[in-house]
Design a protein around this ligand. Structure first.
Ligand code: SAH
Length: 228
């Protein structure tokens, strides 16, 4: 899989891909992540990429030309399953959407800044719009990092144990059960007995029950009505 991220602030996006699971996936060639600085595609003096909005009002808008030039350049090199704009008014990101996107070959993520991007880019080049939640951030870089992280860890082979993504919250419609590690007792706080029993089927059963109870308490909306 290949992810191309278009941004005016590539430095904001470097470190998430330089550590831990994402770095390992990139080093192992399971995913390629390419950052593109939109300023490199500006023909204006001083590499200008934004301008005042028509109609007046506070806040700059990213201009069409550098974004279009960058998208066209990339599209001339390969075809993209999705050209995605990160925006608060997009489809709300969730695990299902992450699953769908993890099956793509090539995706392009466009990060807005200031007031956003010229609407005509959205009308003519964007195939999908994604929001990471009902709040407004300064730029699309952190949302693009969030979406990339969620997708990359789902690519087969990226997580050491293939099943570990399957046991995470939301993957099976439930929240994850609690987890413990050594020491088995700390300040008198004990790990549930069952987890050190070695009885794998019983442990599995306990985890399923815990996941269900936890979901019922915190996110009953995730359970279908007849299951509650
Ligand atoms: N004027 C816009 C917000 C612009 S915020 C509005 O009111 O909808 C600047 C940029 O940050 C956006 O172009 C978008 O790329 C990004 N952004 C901000 N919040 C976001 C969110 N919740 N999800 C995805 N992208 C977001």
């Amino acid at each position: 899989m290949r992810i191309d991220i278009l941004t005016v602030l590539p430095e904001l996006l470097k470190s998430p891909f330089e550590a831990s699971i994402l770095k390992r996936a990139i080093d192992a060639g399971q995913v390629e992540v390419h950052l593109h600085n939109l300023r490199d595609y500006s023909d204006k003096p001083h590499k200008q990429v934004d301008d005042y909005q028509f109609g007046g009002g506070a806040g700059m808008v990213l201009m069409i030309e550098p974004i279009e030039k960058c998208i066209l350049q990339l599209q001339s090199e390969r075809s993209y399953d999705q050209v995605i704009y990160m925006t608060p008014d997009g489809e709300r990101f969730n695990q299902q959407l992450a699953n769908r996107l993890s099956m793509c070959e090539n995706i392009l993520l466009l990060c807005g800044h200031y007031k956003g991007v010229d609407q005509r880019i959205r009308d003519h080049y964007i195939t999908h719009e994604i929001s990471i939640g009902d709040y407004v951030l300064s730029g699309g870089e952190l949302p693009a990092a969030v979406v990339s992280d969620a997708i990359i860890r789902l690519i087969p082979g990226v997580l050491n144990n293939e099943t570990s993504a399957l046991t995470d919250s939301f993957q099976d419609g439930l929240l994850a059960p609690p987890v413990y590690t050594r020491p088995a007792a700390y300040k008198g706080w004990k790990v549930p007995e069952i987890l050190i029993s070695g009885n794998l089927p019983e442990i599995e059963k306990w985890r399923d029950e815990q996941a269900y109870q936890h979901t019922k308490e915190r996110r009953p909306d995730l359970l279908r009505e007849e299951e509650i």
